[in-house]
Structures are given as structure tokens and as C-alpha cells.
Design a binder for this molecule. Sequence first.
Ligand code: TXA
Ligand code: MG
Length: 355
Amino acid sequence: MAPDAKQTVFWRVDKNCPDPEVIRQAGHILRRGGLVAFPTETVYGLGANALDGRAVESIFTAKGRPRDNPLIVHIADTGMVYRYTRSVPERALLLMRRFWPGPLTLVLPGNGRIPREVSAGLDSLAFRMPDHPVALALIREAGVPLAAPSANLSGRPSPTTARHVYSDLNGRIDAILDGGPAGMGVESTVLDVTGDVPVVLRPGGVTPDQIRETAGAVVLDGSLSLAGPPPRRPRSPGMKYRHYAPAAPLVLVEGDGVRVVEEIKRLAADYARRGKKVGVLCRAGNRDKYAGVLAVPAGGACDHASVAAVLYDALRRFEGTGVDVILAEGVQPEGLGLAVANRLRRAAGRIIKVD
Ligand code: TXA
Ligand code: MG
């Protein structure tokens, strides 16, 4: 079927007390091979029965996602991990106990019982238990693990509201469960626990410090470093794609707060002189410093969680404004800021350092 030929049903659900009849119908759609978008505590996901290769295949079609980018398997109980893996190291078990349900995805050795469409041919599988009553109710009702990427068209910012999902995927999927805004706003941390030392493949809601407290040690994958070009084969295939690309080119300015504002004002004046329409993505408190440009506020300076929560929505808000360039204030890559800085860097066509 052409990806645009579906009638997408839109259901509003109470986050803490989803209507059992809606969950029953959504579970039914999943069991017969359909696609259902659902809220999680990070971003909205697009779910399919992970045991049904054809259903999983249709996720890639609906999103326009490259076939070599594997999907996370969403589960509602840890028993599901044991059913589909060769072995679960002690370290992984400790991490599950501390962080599940929550924004930590664990990459483990698969046992071949999940169709290869999910892992894009890799031997490993990524598992996550979302901390969201609607997501957990849906997985339980479906009775199967759900393969689920973020519910956006490939290459667009991840969806943090059901409206974002609708604008990207209406007509391409069977149903959307609207449980209100996703909480964190950035995706889960992807952690490879197949080796001796856990490796962060994608920074996210659980920070390296939190992982270290539980697992003893942790390292960041080389592709996350800013020094030098990214390795040709990152271990998380998704990281090689320039995700989160906003409509206009984004110039990221990183460094000391005061100098960042000065540099953005200088760049904005420069672009304006050349007849370009400028947008600025800034901390809420800095908005008034950028007179005469479209300044979209995204969170507070000292509060990474508030930036994460609105970042993708802010990037989408520049679409249709006709800006020729977006100048973005960087964030300190500490704690949750590491995930935010990573997403901004991957959205950026150019990064300027001012200290
Ligand atoms: O918060 C999240 O993780 C959201 C919600 C919906 O759960 N999901 C999400 O999925 O962000 P997606 O498909 O947009 O990103 C999954 C990431 C990709 O970078 C992919 O390459 C990586 O996880 N991944 C999946 N399976 C992997 C594996 N076996 N080994 C290494 N990386 C893997
Ligand atoms: Mg994604």
C-alpha cells in the first residue's frame, strides 16, 4: 500500500488513566500488523509488533527511514529481555533495576528470535522500558514487544506532541494516541552493554554520571567527540545520519554565555545586511537581547531539563517562518546538557566556538 493511503485514527487518552477500550483497539491494530504512535516519557514512538517482520518493515516505509538503522524494542517487563537475548550481564541487570522504567536503552546480544528487520541485520538488540502509563498499557495489551523509533518523518525533529506526529505521519500510519506532551523532550540514552565497559552510543535522559554510579565505569563512543571527524562506522548506525535537521541551516554558537550572545548579535547584523531573514534559538532570559530578529525562546540558562523539553518544538516553530538561517545558543555539555548539546550539534551545519 502507498504510505499515504491510510486512514489515521486520532485518540485522546488520559496519561495516567488511559481508556481501556482505546488501548484495546490500539492493541488489536498492533497484533494485526498495523502502526500505532504512542507517547513515552522522552518523545513519541511509532510502534509495530516486533515479532512481525512485515509490520516492522512498514515502519521504515512510513518514516522514510534508512533500512540500515535499527529500532529499539520496547518492553513492559524484564522477562521480555531474557526471552530475546543470548545473555544478560550482571551490569545490565543492575542498570535495569535502577533505571527501568525510564530513558535508558540497553544494547544486548540478541538470540535470533526477533526478526532481523528490527536490528537491521546486527547481532545485537536494543531494549527499553518506557516510563509512561500509556506506553506500558499499550505494550501489555498488545502482548508482544513493540519495535518503535521516534514517530517523525526521517530527518525531522523528533515529535514531542501528538500534533507533531500528526503533521509528519497523518495518512501513513493507523493510529495516534495523544497523551499530552512527552515529558523529557530528548530521546533515551543508548548504552551498549555487550562489552567489558558500557559505551554511551547516544546521550539522553540518563546521564553518564548516573550510569557510572551503578555500573562502575562508562565511556562515550568516539563519534560523540567534537575533536576530529566522526568515525566512518559509528557503533550506533543511527548516529551517522544528520537527524534533527531544521528547515533553515542552523549555526550553533558555543562557549561563554555573554560572548555567545555578542557573537550571535554580530552574525545576525551581518546576515541582515546581506538581506537574510534571521531566526535565533535562545534561552528565555536572552530573548530581549535580540531586537529585530525572530527569537524563539527555549528554556532557562541553568536548567537543561527545561531546554530539552521544548527544543524540538522550538526547531519546528521556525518552519514556515521564512527564516534563511537559524542562529542557536549552545548549552554546556554537562548532565542532561550533554544530550541537548549532541542534538544541537547534529542539527547544525556549522559550529562556532567563542572561548
Ligand atoms: O527515547 C527513545 O529512545 C525514543 C522513544 C520512542 O523510545 N526512540 C528513539 O528511537 O529515539 P530511534 O529509532 O529514533 O533511535 C534509536 C537509536 C538509533 O540511533 C539506532 O541506531 C540505535 O538506537 N540502535 C537501535 N538498535 C541498536 C543496536 N542494536 N545497536 C546499536 N544502536 C542501536
Ligand atoms: Mg529518531
